[in-house]
Write a protein that binds this ligand. Sequence first.
Ligand code: HMG
Length: 390
Amino acid sequence: MTIGIDKIGFATSPYVLRLEDLATARDTDPEKLSKGLLLKEQSVAPITEDIVTLAATAADDILTDEDKEAIDMVILATESGIDQSKAAAVFVHGLLDIQPFARSFEMKEACYAATAALDYAKLHVEKFPQSKVLVIASDIAKYGIGTPGEPTQGAGAVAMLISHNPRILSFNDDNVAQTRDVMDFWRPNYATTPFVNGIYSTQQYLDSLKTTWAEYQKRTGLALTDFAAVCFHLPYPKLALKGLKKILDKSLSEEKKDQLQYNFDQSILYSQRVGNIYTGSLFLGLLSLLENQPQLKAGDRIALFSYGSGAVSEIFSANLVPGFEQLLDHKRMEKLDQRTVLSVADYERLFYEEVDLDPSGNQVFEPATHQTFALTEIKEHQRTYQKVEK
Ligand code: HMG
C-alpha cells in the first residue's frame, strides 16, 4: 500500500511588506536582503489572522465534503499557539465542519513538528487504510522590529491531506531523525518574540544537515544521484542554498548538479515572497518546486530536510505519483500578487497591535479585506472565528 500526500493547500495573510522598503527604513543595503538572504517580501498578519484562520483557509481550499467525512485525525503543527490548553486543531475541525469522530490536537517542536505529524499520519493510515489525516503546519514568524531576524519574518499555513493511494507524493520508509539539545532559537512562555543565537543557529542547521544526510546515506544506501530534487527547511533561502552546496558531492556530474540547482531555485520562489513560516516552510518549498518545475515526472524521488531549532532534524523522501500535476495550483504567484502592499509604518502598526480586552474579557474585531476566515470576537476570553468570504 502506498501512503502519502493526496492534496496540498496553502494560505498566507492578505498583507505584504517589500523588503527593499524595509531595508530603506532600517538603513540597510537592500542587496543584503535580496542577495545576502535571497528574500524579496514577507507576508504580514493583521490581528484578525492567526494560526487558526491561516490553517482553516489552507485546508478549506483543498477539502471536499467526502474528505471531511473520511478525515478522522486533524493535526496542527505550530510554534505560534493561541492557547496553552485548547489545541488550534479543535477550532479548525469546527470551522471546516469535519465529521465529529475525529482526533484533533496540536504538535510542537519549533519548525520540525509538521514532519513528525506526517509520520504519525502515515502510521495511522497504514493501520486504518480508509481513513484520511489532515496535517496542517501553521505559523506566524515574528522576530521584532530592528532585529537581525526581522527580514526573515512571515506568515502562512500549508495543509496536507494524507491518505492511501495518494495522488501527489507517496512516502518512502526511509526517515532518519536527529535530536541535539541546543539553545539556538527558543521562546519562553513569557516572551512574544523568540530569543535567537543567529549565527549559532545557522551552524546548527548546517551541521544537522551534514550529519543527518551522512546517516541517511549510510542507512539507505542512497546518494544524490537517486534524487530529482532536495527540498530544505527555509528559514531564509540563502541558508538552504548553503545547505545544498554542503551536500553536493564533488563526484556528481555537472548535469546532475545543474538539475539539483535548478530545482532548488524553483523550490524557493514562494518563500522568497512569503518569508519564514516556521513549520510550514519546508512544505512551502515542496509546493513551490512542484508548481514551478514542469520537467518533474512521475517516479521522481524528492528528498526533504526538516529542521526545528532546539533542535530536531529529519531527512525523508517521497516519490511523485502519475498525474500529480493535476492536483496543483499553477496560479499561486498571481494570488501572491493580490496581497495589499504595506508601508513600513503600517507594518509596524500591525506588528505592535495587541488584543485590548475590556474588563470582562471582550473585544470585537473587523476582519481585513480578503480574509477567508477571521478572528471576529473575543467574548469572555473565548476566541470566536468566522468564515467571512469565499
Ligand atoms: P544578518 O545580520 O543578516 O547576518 O543575520 P550577516 O551579517 O551574516 O548577513 C547575512 C548575509 O548577507 C551574509 O552572507 C553576508 O555576507 C550578506 P553569507 O556570508 O551568509 O553568505 N551580506 C550582503 N550581501 C550582499 N550585499 C550586501 C551584504 N551585506 C551582508 N551589502 C541571521 C543573519 C541568520 C543571523 C538573521 O537573519 C537571524 O537571526 N535570523 C533568524 C534565525 C534564523 O533564521 N536561523 C536559521 C537557522 S535556525 C532555523 O532554521 C530554525 C528557525 O526556522 C526557527 C524554528 O525552528 O522554529 C529559525
